[in-house]
Design a protein around this ligand. Structure first.
Ligand SMILES: [Zn+2]
Ligand SMILES: [Zn+2]
Length: 252
């Protein structure tokens, strides 16, 4: 069944950890039908990235975190503190891999001492997802799959499959190729895939060559690449898939 156009996907941040190409770190803004928007990852630069796109961080109802690296969750303290200063009262859900509660608390206390323990007028509702589990937050169903990428001592990184209304969006997060991605992509309206390097053998990351090799098994309606290093960005003419850029808006 077609669900074209139901969800607006804005790549507020389409970059890697190191600002390659002048791009912001991972932050994908999803606005489903009749619902508050949610984020897929919230890297350290994400508040700036959202504002650059004219998107209000105060509207975000939930953040779905693929893994606990700074370029994927390092912006959450700014999101929480900004909300606090703006007088937010509606809860903010944070859904991430095992260790999300402990690592987010530590991150906030490291960056802004006292900020995690401070009284807030809104709840930060944290849910930790193991691969194979799923949860619904802010009206979005999230199913977690195992990624081959470090996330910390508490547990594995995740690939995610989100359902907004009838629209399904798969997201690899950072991961080496794993057959779990076949399930993440299966029947999805959109697969957002990391493509860090073209073919260089880097551990724990997806390469364009991996996606080309497995393209026949990735049964999503559409594939868009993100999290690209300079090696990819300097050779976009050789890339066989659609590629994201900061500010790209899709209707899926
Ligand atoms: Zn990353
Ligand atoms: Zn990472």
């Amino acid at each position: 069944m077609s669900s074209a156009g139901q969800v607006t996907v804005t790549f507020a941040g389409s970059g890697d950890a190191f600002g390659s190409g002048g791009r912001y770190q991972a932050c994908i803004h999803l606005r489903g039908p009749g619902a508050a928007p949610v984020l897929l990852d919230c890297g350290a630069t994400s508040l700036t990235a959202l504002r650059r796109c004219g998107l209000d961080p105060g509207e975000i109802a939930a953040v779905f975190v693929s893994h606990l690296h700074g370029d994927h969750f390092g912006g959450i303290p700014f999101l929480i503190l900004n909300a606090q200063f703006a007088g937010r009262t509606s809860p903010l859900a944070v859904i991430g891999p095992p260790g999300t509660a402990r690592r987010l608390a530590g991150l906030m206390e490291c960056m802004f001492p006292g900020s995690w323990r401070a009284r807030r007028r809104f709840a930060v509702e944290i849910a930790e997802l193991r691969p194979g589990a799923s949860v619904t937050a802010a009206g979005v169903r999230a199913a977690a799959f195992p990624a081959d990428h470090p996330s910390g001592e508490d547990g594995p990184a995740l690939a995610l499959r989100l359902t907004l209304g009838t629209t399904v969006i798969g997201y690899t997060g950072d991961t080496a190729w794993t057959d779990a991605l076949v399930e993440v992509a299966a029947g999805a309206d959109l697969l957002i895939a990391e493509a860090y390097y073209r073919a260089k053998d880097v551990p724990y990351h997806l390469r364009h060559a991996d996606l080309v090799a497995h393209a026949g098994r990735l049964a999503s309606r559409r594939i868009v690449l993100t999290h690209m290093s300079a090696d990819m960005l300097d050779h976009l003419d050789q890339v066989r898939f659609e590629t994201a850029r900061d500010g790209l808006v899709l209707h899926v």
